[in-house]
Every structure is written in structure tokens, then in C-alpha cells.
Design a protein around this ligand. Structure first.
Ligand code: DGL
Length: 264
């Protein structure tokens, strides 16, 4: 069991933020990553569609002989986690729970903001998860659909991105949040800009939090890797790997490995 891999899937390449955090915490674990680039984005799709895609992604990763599956995509975690956990006999964890717990542990005034795709925000999954930990928290959601394409273009710090972000974050000022959850795979790359706009707000990076959860689960079950060398991840995509390979470098830098195209 210890030498089996960790399966990670996302709607595309954004989940590389999760891969990066897992590699930082557990460099000796072998990661199999599937990016469903042929059908991205998930953030504008219906629950039924996201469930069906997520089941196919999970089935693919199971063939790679993994010991746990991480749903890196916030949208799939929000809309399909319950259904895939029910359908497959393996530990499957999603980013929402980890981000929600960290937000509740961080907030002092119990006013938490969440940004994510339209589907994630409409699902109210973060609200439900946060209220499960502390029913007194007030949660304010804001869909931020323009941010994913901006990040994929590499527009991480220019003035156009800043002005769009300012608009999305505007309502959080009057709602007086003290904690903001980055509820989408791509947003950790915008952290410096978000900090500039909201310097006093604590930022919760769901990618970092899920990596801590994965480590805690593997340690509790005593199934961490016994290898003592840094493992290279393996990447699979459902459409041409060109963009993934190019943009992936922005997320992973020296750890980037070329992806292979697969049919699910
Ligand atoms: N990976 C998605 C998420 O975290 C963002 C991109 C998409 O809409 O598919 O919600």
C-alpha cells in the first residue's frame, strides 16, 4: 500500500496548485494527475455533467493503482464529491472541507468570504462546510469567473487583472470579512495581488490545506511512501498536451513533466 500513488484530478491544469503543495509536503509520494482538458471548464456546467465527468476521472485514476484520490477541482468537490465517494471503494477527499476547516480556525470575527467559479458559489458547498464547523460564522460568496482565463494567460499582476479583482472583492469590504477562502484551483497564483487589495484579510489557500489533510490521512493509516527519493509526478490530459505543458510551467516550474494524452 505504501508505495501506491496519490491520484489527483482536476478539470484542467489548475489542480497543479494542489500537486505543488503535495510535492512540497510529501516529495517522496508518487502522484498521478489527470487534467480533463478536453471538457474544461467545469465551473459553468451542471451538477449532472460534473458528476458524470468526475466518475470517469476517478475510474481512470483507479487504474493507476492509487491509495487515495484527491479531487483538486473545487467545482467537482462542491458538486460531485458525495456521489463519487458513494460509487467507489477508495478514500476520496475534496478541497472544500479542508479550506472550510482552516477558515473557521482562522477567523476571529466569524465573517468569511469565499471566491470561486459560478458553479461552486451557486452550490453553497463552502457555506455548508463552514457552518458544519461553526454555525455562528457568516459566509459571503462571490463568483469570479474571469479569474481562471486571466491566470491561464499568465496575467497575474497587471492592472487589468487588479481592477477586475477589485470589483470581485468590493462587497467583502462592506461585509467586513477577516478571512477569505480561495475556492478555485487557479486563485493561489493571484495571492500577491489579493494581499495587496485586502492586506488585513487572512487568505486561506485550499490547495495548501488539502495537502495537509492528505498527509494526515496517510500518516494515520501508516501508508506513507517508504521511498527516500523525490518522485516525479505523471500527468495525463484528455486533449492535446501542448497548452498544459506550456502553462503548467507557470504552476510547477522545475517540477513540470510533460503530459500524455489519454482517452477516458
Ligand atoms: N478547477 C476549477 C475549480 O477549481 C476551475 C476551472 C473550471 O471551471 O473548470 O473550480
Amino acid at each position: 500500500m505504501n508505495n501506491k500513488g496519490i491520484g489527483v484530478f482536476d478539470s484542467g491544469l489548475g489542480g497543479l496548485t494542489v500537486v505543488k503543495e503535495i510535492m512540497n509536503l510529501m516529495p517522496n509520494e508518487r502522484i498521478f494527475y489527470l487534467g480533463d482538458t478536453a471538457r474544461t471548464p467545469y465551473g459553468t456546467k451542471t451538477k449532472e455533467t460534473i458528476i458524470s465527468f468526475s466518475k470517469e476521472n476517478t475510474a481512470f485514476l483507479l487504474k493507476k493503482n492509487v491509495k487515495i484520490i484527491v479531487v483538486a477541482c473545487n467545482t467537482a468537490s462542491a458538486l460531485a464529491l458525495k456521489e463519487i465517494k458513494h460509487a467507489f471503494d477508495i478514500d476520496i477527499i475534496g478541497v472544500i472541507e479542508a479550506g472550510a476547516r482552516a477558515a473557521v480556525e482562522t477567523t476571529k470575527n466569524k465573517r468569511i468570504g469565499v471566491i470561486g467559479t459560478k458553479a461552486t458559489i451557486a452550490s453553497c458547498a463552502y457555506i455548508a462546510a463552514i457552518k458544519k464547523y461553526d454555525s455562528h460564522c457568516r459566509v459571503f460568496g462571490q463568483a469570479a469567473p474571469l479569474l481562471v482565463p486571466l491566470v491561464e494567460e499568465g496575467w497575474l499582476s497587471n492592472k487589468e487583472t487588479e481592477s477586475i479583482l477589485r470589483r470581485y472583492l468590493e462587497s467583502f469590504k462592506s461585509n467586513k470579512i477577516d478571512t477569505l477562502v480561495l475556492g478555485c484551483t487557479h486563485y493561489p497564483l493571484l495571492k500577491p495581488l489579493i494581499k495587496k487589495i485586502m492586506p488585513k484579510v487572512s487568505i486561506i489557500d485550499s490547495a495548501r490545506e488539502i495537502a495537509k489533510t492528505v498527509r494526515a490521512i496517510l500518516e494515520a493509516r501508516d501508508i506513507t511512501s517508504k521511498q527516500n527519493n523525490r518522485r516525479k509526478p505523471e500527468f495525463f490530459v484528455t486533449d492535446t498536451p501542448d497548452t498544459f505543458n506550456k502553462v503548467g510551467r507557470m504552476f510547477l516550474k522545475k517540477d513540470m513533466v510533460l503530459a500524455k494524452r489519454v482517452v477516458l
